[in-house]
Design a binder for this molecule. Structure first.
Ligand code: DQA
Length: 140
């Protein structure tokens, strides 16, 4: 099984950005932990973080037929992007949505995610462990 792990805007600043909310690990730390967990489970991985919505959409289009699943933290685009929802609808594989923080205990504008309508499962509030839980779930 091949899984594409996508991270949206500002997540390149993990470790520096609002660490009380998002933790002290960098995105590289998190991607390494995912890589190890996936290797243990016999799952192949590829990664993209981008601050550019069109780059994210293009990567999802390219994933069609090439990946069995996408794990995505859409970050702020969760709450704004119908285009991201539509791109994920065009992808035939499984989709898991991950948020580091529990978006439901935060500002009201974070309570709705367009992406959730396409996601098989939504993980929020487990910190970086959420990505590992998503790998385990897909590999079950
Ligand atoms: C986030 C939550 C979003 O509301 C926010 O815009 C992010 C990160 C999370 O992982 O908790 O950038 O997706």
């Amino acid at each position: 099984m091949n899984v594409l792990i996508l991270n949206g805007p500002n997540l390149n600043l993990l470790g520096k950005r609002e660490p009380d909310i998002y933790g002290h690990e960098t995105l590289a730390d998190i991607e390494n932990a995912i890589r190890h967990r996936a290797f243990d489970k016999g799952v192949g991985t590829d990664f993209l973080q981008t601050n550019h919505e069109g780059v994210m959409l293009d990567r999802i289009h390219e994933a069609r037929g090439r990946f069995d699943a996408i794990i995505i933290n859409p970050a702020a685009w969760s709450h704004t992007s119908v285009a991201l929802l539509d791109a994920l609808k065009a992808f035939e594989g499984r989709v898991i949505e991950v948020h580091l923080s529990n978006v439901h205990t935060r500002e009201a504008f974070r309570h709705h995610s367009y992406v959730s309508a396409r996601a098989e499962a939504v993980i929020a509030g487990m910190g970086s462990f959420g990505y590992l839980a998503a790998i385990d779930f897909l590999a079950r």
